[in-house]
Design a protein around this ligand. Structure first.
Ligand SMILES: *[C@@H]1O[C@H](CO)[C@@H](O)[C@H](O)[C@H]1NC(C)=O
Length: 297
């Protein structure tokens, strides 16, 4: 992907109309399974025979795994013929725990974005390790199914990588139907970043389960801010109840949903839509021991 193409499509993106959709729990469940599949061993993923995560959507074909062994990162691009849907899902990293707890919290300018739009350096670097392969995969599948809706998703650090991917996919391909749900995402950048994101794409559904601690990191006090509409599942007794908190360009992050929680817990991070995200595989990704400790214990 060359920079001129990116700049040109950014200009086109300005002319596209964006209308917010309603949060859909059926979509949310389907996308948790897409996210869960990223934790499965690549040998089972390629034939879409990875266990419950794959069985949830049997009509997935053209699975293109995109991994970076050195960075320990993984994602895949695929096509669901039943829903005419291109899937782009991110796993995150083998050291998710380190990224999120990294106290340096160094931010860097996001290339191609207006000055002052900054993202967490660790998250950005981990995304870069997948960027080219992922965009190549999307390019191939979009060429074959140009009218398909494009779904971008991920859990945890994978959700953060998906946020950066969404911007690239929007800027480069500008698909007519672009759907973006994430689960348990950490904050990705500063408020200039979340404003930039929401200006380009206003339909982000950011799902947070109960008192999941990951969406509280990195801290607002460190200058980080969430983008998108938060869908907060707030009730441990009624797991279907949720509350929606909107975020507005130019306004600080909405604190009426999960930000109103004081006792954050690592346990809620493991479950989204009542699905234990990393336990939906017959064979777990082999190179992922740290994520296992963190997410699965
Ligand atoms: C937070 O979200 C709620 C629900 O969408 C909305 O009514 C409220 O105005 C938002 N608050 C801020 C500060 O944006």
């Amino acid at each position: 992907m060359t920079l001129p193409i990116l700049a040109l499509s950014t200009i086109f993106a300005l002319f596209s109309t964006i209308s917010a959709s309603t949060y859909d729990t059926t979509l949310s469940t389907r996308f948790v399974y897409y996210s869960a599949a990223t934790f499965c061993h690549v040998s089972t993923l390629t034939n879409w025979e990875c266990g419950p995560a794959c069985e949830a959507e049997p009509d997935v074909i053209h699975v293109t795994p995109v991994g970076n062994e050195a960075a320990g990162t993984f994602s895949y691009v695929a096509y669901n013929s039943k829903h005419n849907e291109i899937v782009v899902a991110f796993r995150g990293s083998h050291n998710t725990e380190n990224w999120i707890q990294d106290l340096d919290m160094i931010k860097q300018q996001l290339p191609g974005a207006p000055s002052g739009v900054k993202v967490h350096t660790g998250i950005y670097q981990s995304y870069l390790s997948l960027q080219q392969g992922m965009l190549g995969g999307v390019n191939n599948i979009i060429a074959a199914y140009p009218a398909a809706q494009v779904v971008v998703t991920g859990h945890s650090l994978g959700a953060a990588q998906a946020t950066l991917a969404l911007l690239d996919i929007k800027n480069i391909f500008n698909p007519e139907h672009l759907v973006f749900y994430t689960f348990g995402s950490p904050r990705v950048g500063n408020q200039a970043f979340s404003d930039y994101f929401m200006t380009l794409y206003s339909d982000y559904k950011r799902v947070v389960h109960l008192n999941d601690w990951v969406p509280h990191a990195p801290l607002k006090a460190m200058g980080f801010s969430h983008a998108g509409e938060e869908i907060w599942y707030y009730d441990s007794d009624n797991t279907e109840s949720f509350k929606i908190c909107s975020n507005q360009v130019g306004q600080p992050e909405n604190t009426s949903c999960s930000d109103s929680q004081i006792n954050d817990s690592p346990n809620s991070h493991k479950f989204y839509m009542d699905i234990r995200v990393t336990r939906q595989c017959t064979l777990i990704s082999a190179e992922n021991p740290k994520a296992r400790t963190f997410l699965q214990n």
